[in-house]
Ligand binder design. Sequence first.
Ligand code: ARG
Length: 480
Amino acid sequence: MTGAPTGRPPSPARLWGGRFEGGPAQAVRQLSYSVQFDWRLAPYDLLASKAHARVLHRAGLLDDTELERMVDALEILDAQVASGAFRPDLDDEDVHTALERGLLERLGALGGKLRAGRSRNDQVATDLRLYLRDHVRLIVLRLAELEEALVTQATAHEATTAPGFTHLQHAQPVLFAHHLLAYVAMFSRDVSRLRDWDLRAGVSPLGAGALAGSSLPVDPISTAAELGFYAAASNSMDAVSDRDFVAELLFCAALVGVHLSRLGEEVVLWSTREFGWVELDDAFSTGSSIMPQKKNPDVAELARGKAGRIIGHVAGFLATLKGLPLTYNRDLQEDKEPVFDAVDTLLLVLPAVTGMIETMRVHAERLEAEAPVGFSLATDVAEALVRNGVPFRDAHEAVGHLVVWCGANDCDLGDVSDADLARISPHLTPDIRAVLSVHGAVGARRGHGGTAPERVAEQLDAARIEVAAHRAWAGEVGDE
Ligand code: ARG
């Protein structure tokens, strides 16, 4: 059987033993070994190895039988990596070393032929791009699910009016759906940023070798195509030293984190007794160990809190890159932990936030009741005066006086008598009361992007189409 062990190579299976008399000091192993965190690249390393084996075969460096045995062994190894039957051991410096050991154990000397024409430098850059392109699709899928949850709540509250804030103060009434759809707009930009990232991440470094390309007739363009990349890197030195795709993805992830954090902050506020806008489902909130009455919005808080670590990764990794001369430097190994953590964090937070949004109960009656509070129709009165021919500057002033008067007399804008209106300002004619309705105020804002029901309905339709496109993109792995 092709995949059966054919003898162990000398242990430890270092990839660079030839010119060294002894192994690295214990402290060096501890500092430099990465297998404990780069093992997750194994399936991608094996994928790239298969593509590389085919290229060696086309170049006449592997015969037909050798290629077949090599591909078989790589596939068996892939299955054993997936099942956990093949694991890195303590002597394996990194994922590439461990997998070469696995190949040598299965193929003997033939396993050693795969290293021709490539280096860990182009290999690791290729593996990381493959891994991240796959996981970005997963993140986009999770974002699409969150967008769907927001769209569903928005659909349920298409007609619910709510206070809109600036400076966390009642400003103007809006439809609650409009508020929720603002988050869909943010997450939709996130998806668009990730798709755009993919165009640059989808460039293959394989074939760049250590830095200068290979004297063997390997073919970077065909391996790029086989691995689902859009193109092969045009400069081998850039190919092995470029980590822009990591820095960019960290930024994209940090911004997703910031959007989740802002949504989290709102949910924290909305679920307070003071707001009382929503009640979180039991499954998406937690209790207190001492206060039996508590129901805490921990999901929202963790979403807010976890944004901080991703933001830190962006700054940290840019600092890692900033002083590096061309081409590969071992500093680049520091790319993995932050970017893996960013990916893991989003994949952890997104489903929880989606569940929280999906299941939260919105107190529509409370939102409706709060919508006109805080003189939120004052702008409408001022605009009514403008329609009566009053310059906005004077209208603003007159309504300002009206608000002060109402504050002092503890009443609403609509409660002032004709005589008092006239006393406050001659511009304040009784007809202005016609605009003192929340539904009227909302319905009047029917310009593009406004909160009027017909505009919000259009936003909802557009959002549904976009979310379907996001899902479709996430479904295609590796090509477009
Ligand atoms: N573990 C290394 C990394 O992640 C692989 C590349 C090693 N290359 C080297 N020249 N030492 O960057």
